[in-house]
Design a protein around this ligand. Structure first.
Ligand code: FPP
Length: 244
């Protein structure tokens, strides 16, 4: 219950296990929902439901420990190839998630942004996305970015199109400013659960220097403790950005 949420108590509990150099921005590919459901003899939709619930837990935890930005892959430009009933279920879960976010926004105080071609989504999703985006824009402590109908190649092509015909030289900075992530630091850490080790058209420009972390855990089972272990691993990785 939002009223019972005690960020300070949670923070001090997690704080004992927290490394000093936390990433400012974590990106996550929520993979393994279907396999999670299959292992339990459940329909794939049950896996997506459990995945959405887990995202809420992990997002609250990230805010609590001081992660400024969390970006999650909800629906890719390629996911339209899935059976229509699965697509409908994912959008229905997204609508529920957005309704809940609207209801708890004053307690959560999280800005929510949406990356991808939102105009192509079903109307109920679009309306809720607009409302959540507008009403959460005033929050500054933490930002959750949901990638919906998102593909990194489409994002890069869109940025190139927006720059086409301009008189200024196309620098990396100018290009970054045309991406959905404009103004947001690149993710220092990108996590993909479920044992799959590829980027699948996710934040290809922004993850040029991200630390990648792959775990066999299926997304609905991905826990706060595992995230803490990953953060400890991340804190020990030397990051040289091409230097020595
Ligand atoms: C990949 O797992 C997951 C997706 C394509 C959908 C992710 C969507 C959700 C978690 C629900 C909506 C989320 C929110 C935050 C409202 P998969 O289905 O490809 O898993 P599999 O590889 O095991 O089949």
């Amino acid at each position: 219950m939002p009223g019972l949420f005690k960020p300070s108590r949670l923070r001090s509990r997690a704080g004992r296990a927290l490394p000093d150099n936390l990433p400012m921005h974590i990106a996550v590919i929520m993979d393994g929902n279907g396999r999670w459901a299959k292992l339990r003899g459940l329909p794939r939709s049950a896996g997506h439901k459990a995945g959405a619930e887990n995202f809420r837990r992990i997002a609250a935890f990230c805010k609590d420990i001081g992660i400024k930005y969390l970006t999650a892959y909800v629906f890719s430009t390629e996911n339209w190839k899935r059976p229509q009933d699965e697509i409908d279920k994912i959008f229905s879960l997204l609508c529920d998630y957005l309704d809940e976010s609207l209801a708890t926004m004053e307690q959560d105080k999280v800005r929510m942004q949406f990356f991808g071609d939102i105009a192509a989504l079903p109307q109920p999703c679009r309306q809720r996305i607009e409302r959540v985006r507008e009403q959460s824009a005033r929050f500054t402590d933490a930002t959750v970015n949901l990638c919906v109908n998102y593909g990194a190649r489409a994002e890069i092509a869109r940025a190139a199109e927006r720059l086409r015909g301009g008189s200024e030289p196309i620098t990396e900075e100018a290009f970054s400013a045309e991406l959905y992530t404009a103004g947001i630091p690149d993710p220092q850490l990108c996590i993909r659960p479920s044992g799959v080790m590829r980027m699948s058209n996710f934040l290809l420009w922004q993850t040029a220097y991200s630390e990648l972390y792959f775990t066999p855990t299926l997304w609905p089972d991905f826990s706060k403790n595992e995230l803490l272990a990953i953060l400890r691993d991340y804190s020990k990785r030397p990051r040289r950005y091409g230097g020595i």
